[in-house]
Design a protein around this ligand. Structure first.
Ligand code: PHE
Length: 445
């Protein structure tokens, strides 16, 4: 087979997979969805989804990738099931659609880094912060420039294969980001009136659990863990046989969940302390955090480092998304890496432009009651990814011989598996059924 990159060390894999998983999904999307969907009740359903679907699908998808040893689509052909490569192609399409809106938000993190460097937040009231976010995000040109800048950086990293360097640095930077979020969380919970925020986060009102809340919690679990669309399948194909994928999955799920929870603790007490609306949507984090920085001694320097770290974690996620498409173009159409990633990025540009404009000028264009940005977000996280996860469970649980799967996961018995029977049971019976039921729940309303 052609020369495929491999992750050299076990830590390298965990860093790469955690790098893909931890990103805007944890720090931007999780808090704002939690705010819109009733707080603690959403949180609880989210945790259930992570355990019942997240862990099994992640393990299944990575082992599938390692067994197939190719890109998301080619892996199925390599395993002798060419018809299933359609599932991989759906993943490639999904990666495109995600990049379409993810780059827009990634661009916002660049803009906020510049604003932090210019000390723009100082002296701004929560009202000013909300106005300045609205002015920026609905502008016709500025957010497109920052999104395309982010896209170019991602494309350069993927084409020159400097991923190793990024992964090594993200292995060091991620713990620092972690400490920063903890400091933010401490400042937030010590603001006046913070208790309300903690109650919102941890005291569930079960009456708030509706079919919609459950669907968005499931979507968030898939989105945050990067599962169900071929990303971890592609990464799995770079993983050597002696790596314990059970441990890798459990550790990544643990880190991803912890970062999301800490981000929520950093945000909600501050939201309630400022008297803001927790359900205000995508702008939540960008309006709230600068206010928290303003309340901290040395807050302006802290803000600069925080946003820089956020850019790096976002970058490790966009790299993993672009890698899905690049590996597919490269292997299935025999393209050179550089050409494949440039082509993939160029194809994203129209989506990025439309997604960004749909928050301002093109807001009147509605698809299924959503603007283009929300449409891309919803169709990927609430349809493509869970559907992909469902099909991965069926393939791994019912089509691949269990013996082969066990052999691969345990490296022919050399790795002691701790949760094999639970995992196999979940993949075969629980995860697919739960995903189906949540889909059906939409029609039974
Ligand atoms: N998991 C990433 C995040 O939380 C987003 C992502 C989704 C990355 C799908 C890769 C694949 O930000």
């Amino acid at each position: 087979m052609e020369n495929r990159g491999n992750f050299a060390t076990k830590l390298g894999i965990i860093a790469a997979v955690a790098g893909s998983a931890v990103g805007l999904g944890n720090i931007w999307r999780f808090p704002y969805l939690l705010g819109q969907n009733g707080g603690a009740a959403f949180f609880l359903v989210y945790l259930l989804c992570v355990v019942l679907m997240g862990i099994p699908v992640m393990m299944a998808e990575m082992s599938l990738g390692r067994m197939g040893g190719r890109n998301a689509s080619g892996a199925f052909k390599a395993l002798g099931r060419p018809k299933w490569s359609l599932l991989g192609k759906m993943g490639v399409l999904c990666a495109f659609l995600i990049l379409g809106f993810y780059y827009v938000v990634a661009g916002w993190t660049l803009e906020y880094t510049f604003q932090a460097i210019k000390f723009d937040f100082i002296g701004q009231t929560p009202g000013d912060l909300a106005d300045s976010f609205a002015a920026f995000s609905t502008h016709n040109i500025r957010p497109i420039v920052t999104a395309v800048a982010f896209m170019i950086i991602t494309c350069l990293v993927v084409s020159f294969g400097v991923k190793k360097g990024i992964e090594n640095s993200s292995r060091m930077l991620m713990p620092i980001l972690f400490i920063f979020i903890i400091v933010l969380a401490i400042r937030s919970v010590t603001l006046p009136g913070a208790m309300e925020g903690l109650k919102f986060l941890f005291k569930p009102d079960f009456g708030k659990i509706t079919a919609d809340v459950v669907l968005s919690a499931m979507g968030q679990a898939f989105f945050s863990l990067s599962i169900g669309m071929g990303c971890l399948l592609t990464y799995g194909s770079y993983v050597k046989k002696d790596v314990n994928l059970e441990n890798t999955s459990l550790q990544v799920v643990g880190v991803d969940t912890l970062v999301a929870v800490l981000a929520a603790i950093a945000i909600f007490p501050a939201v309630f302390s400022m008297g803001l609306d927790p359900g205000q949507g995508p702008q939540l984090v960008f309006v709230t955090l600068p206010h928290v920085f303003n309340q901290m001694p040395g807050g302006s320097i802290f803000a600069i480092i925080f946003f820089l770290l956020l850019v790096v974690t976002t970058l490790t996620s966009t790299i993993s998304l672009l890698e899905v498409v690049t590996a597919y173009f490269g292997e299935e159409f025999n393209m050179k890496r550089g050409k494949a990633s440039v082509l993939a990025s160029a194809l994203c540009v129209p989506l990025v432009v439309l997604a960004s404009l749909s928050l301002g000028q093109l807001g009147h264009i509605q698809l299924f009651h959503c603007n283009i940005f929300d449409f891309l977000d919803k169709i990927t996280s609430q349809i493509f990814m869970p559907l992909g996860g469902l099909l991965i469970c069926i393939f791994v649980g019912w089509i691949l011989p269990g013996k082969d799967l066990h052999e691969s996961l345990s490296n022919k018995g050399k790795i002691k598996l701790r949760i094999w029977s639970v995992f196999y049971f979940l993949v075969r019976y629980v995860s697919p059924v739960v995903i189906l039921l949540i889909f059906l729940g939409q029609f039974l309303r």
